[in-house]
Ligand binder design. Structure first.
Ligand code: GCB
Length: 595
């Protein structure tokens, strides 16, 4: 009986624990057009490397009542960190930190009975537990997607205290998992906003060209609130489009119309102002119209074949050595991609901030957006599968109206032999296509064999992808086995377009005085030769629809420890972290000019 009682007590306890970990809501889209008050700025922080803050219940902010009371923490007098921003680059104690930091911000608010209020986080890496005035609002897992909490009934008139426990410890069952080749920037890395809406607000909408159609637009609007059946107006003033639709009992209204657009393309990145309006809410967006398809073995933009001139980019401001988040950061990174002659950026290996995607749209760059399903993932853990599903939903929702986004990439270099992997990723692909049928879906793998100067590409995952995306580092991790121009190919799905999503090698800028033949020398000439050879090989690749060097800028990665050449940087950039052009840059620039 005692055992039974214990089990029962344990059950109740775990139910309470589950109840206490309410998950954040999937965020409303287009926060930039909402009635928002920014909570960016300086936040007080408590560093908690041992994780004891949870036991001390820091969110309660206990104050000593008696002379003999000791409270061994306080936000008053604590250090401060900037939000948005990673913590690693702001305090030298935190440079390599992976663990808990508690953040606190006070703000004042006067509640309005006719309004609803949300706290919206554009991203927190990796786990966030959020408390308002000592009460837990809920948690969010995943470092690169937005989430929100409704606080309409919880906000107080006057001063409110928001506390966020941020934990960027790597998790075996996290996304990504334990190992990855970039710096694990932790913190409240993107904007935090208070958002006021009417009682019924526009939660989500999709306004996109119908696949394959030149003129037709298909879409829907989804309302959130008690009074869901409402008239919704959709206006595109420049095209004199004005539609009026009514939402159903679920708050969803479908829409469809035709108009002659100037289509969005890298050469002509035309965006239209679109207004979505109900009696209680208005959202404004800038939307471009285009189609992206695979026909046979070709990628077609607006019905015409296009060669994808890509580059890989990490979300890092190279000059600051910090997580990128601002519009200025986006202009810096994307500006260099434009100068290289790109029409596509692969935003590796996780969804980047909204400024990147929106700025790419304005600058005429297509975007490849990726989930951090990177290398070693615990596919046999069902919790991981739910995390993937949710993260996918969050990624697609945020950017479903961004015409720049043309490819959803659902994984990078996962291994065919991992139990459950192909089944899980095939299912994820299906979910993705249900969420969004207007874009291409791919998986990146490096399951290829290169023997006797011949490539065999076979990964079973490619069956589910629109493009075969493969990473190969011939000339760097694997030596050439013959002349690059004589490489032969055996691709398991010979009808699909092939995209070389990574290739390259390392070089330290300025280390350019010598022979090109020695890899371990980190010479610019060696990297340049890799590029010359790779471009020769590309002539042999069947159905090649595009390429993307790894990568634009040198970036911070702690596994890169060579004391002279790397110093904590992955040196595969075409540019140094200061923006100096290495010799390989010019090879790539010329190639893109010719293409
Ligand atoms: C890869 C990974 C990328 C690494 C790169 C490298 O295949 O996809 O994240 O950083 O190789 O430099 O080894």
């Amino acid at each position: 009986a005692e055992i039974l009682l214990k089990e029962w007590a344990w059950l109740v306890l775990s139910m309470l624990l589950v109840a206490g970990t309410a998950h954040a809501q999937t965020a409303m889209i287009n926060v930039q057009s909402r009635n928002a008050t920014s909570l960016n700025g300086e936040w007080n922080v408590i560093l908690d490397p041992t994780g004891i803050g949870e036991w001390r219940q820091i969110w309660q902010e206990k104050k000593p009542l008696l002379k003999t009371d000791f409270v061994e923490y306080a936000f008053e007098g604590s250090p401060r960190l900037k939000v948005p921003g990673d913590f690693n680059s702001q305090m030298c104690e935190l440079t390599y930190f992976e663990g808990v930091v508690w953040y606190k911000k006070e703000f004042s608010y006067s509640p309005d009975k006719n309004k609803r209020l949300f706290i919206h986080f554009s991203a927190v890496n990796y786990l966030a537990d959020v408390y308002l005035n000592g009460e837990k609002l809920g948690s969010h897992e995943g470092g690169f997607t937005p989430f929100q909490f409704e606080v309409t009934k919880k906000i107080k008139p006057g001063t409110n205290a928001l506390i966020v426990k941020v934990d960027n410890k790597r998790l075996k069952n996290g996304l990504p998992g334990l190992g990855y080749d970039w710096l694990n920037y932790g913190g409240i890395t993107r904007d935090v906003n208070l958002i006021e809406t009417g009682n019924t607000y526009i939660e989500d909408y999709s306004i996109q060209r119908r696949k394959g159609s030149q003129k037709e637009v298909l879409g829907w609007v989804k309302l959130n609130g008690a009074d869901k059946q409402k008239r919704i107006k959709i206006k595109i003033p420049e095209l004199k489009v004005e539609l009026s639709v009514k939402s159903d009992s679920k708050g969803v209204a479908r829409l469809q119309f035709s108009s002659s657009f100037n289509l969005w393309s890298p050469a002509y990145p035309k965006l239209y102002k679109v207004v979505i309006e109900t009696e209680t809410d208005t959202v404004e967006d800038e939307i471009g119209f285009r189609t992206i398809e695979v026909k046979g073995n070709k990628v077609m933009l607006n019905g015409k074949e296009i060669f994808l001139k890509g580059t890989n980019i990490h979300e890092e401001n190279p000059v600051k050595g910090a997580r990128a988040f601002s519009k200025e950061d986006a202009i810096l990174l994307l500006g260099q991609a434009k100068q290289l002659g790109c029409n596509l950026v692969r935003l590796a290996h996780y969804p980047h901030n909204e400024n990147m995607v929106k700025q790419a749209e304005r600058m005429g760059l297509m975007v490849w957006s990726e989930l951090p399903v990177y290398q070693h993932i615990e596919f046999s853990d069902t919790a991981v599968l739910s995390k993937m599903d949710l993260m996918l939903k969050e990624m697609v929702r945020r950017d479903r109206n961004r015409c720049s986004v043309v490819i959803w990439s659902l994984s990078n270099e996962t291994y065919d032999a991992t139990p459950n992997r192909t089944k899980a990723l095939a299912a994820l692909t299906q979910v993705c296509r249900q969420l969004d049928s207007t874009r291409l879906v791919t998986h990146v793998t490096n399951s290829q064999a290169y023997h006797n100067n011949s490539f065999k590409v076979w990964d079973s995952l490619y069956r589910y992808a629109d493009l075969i995306s493969l990473n190969e580092y011939i000339g760097w991790y694997i030596p050439w086995q013959g002349k690059p121009e004589n490489v032969t190919w055996n691709v398991a799905f010979p009808d699909k377009p092939v995209f070389i999503s990574e290739f390259g090698g390392e070089a330290l800028f300025g280390n350019n005085s010598g022979a090109a033949d020695e890899a371990a020398s980190w010479r610019e000439e060696y990297q340049q030769q890799i590029y010359i050879n790779q471009l020769r090989m590309f002539n042999t690749t069947p159905n090649l629809c595009g390429v993307a060097p790894w990568l634009l800028f040198d970036y911070r990665s702690l596994g890169r420890m060579h004391p002279i050449y790397q110093k904590g940087y992955n040196r595969k950039g075409l540019l140094s972290e200061k923006g100096d052009r290495k010799k390989a840059w010019f090879i790539m620039e010329k190639y893109y000019k010719r293409k």
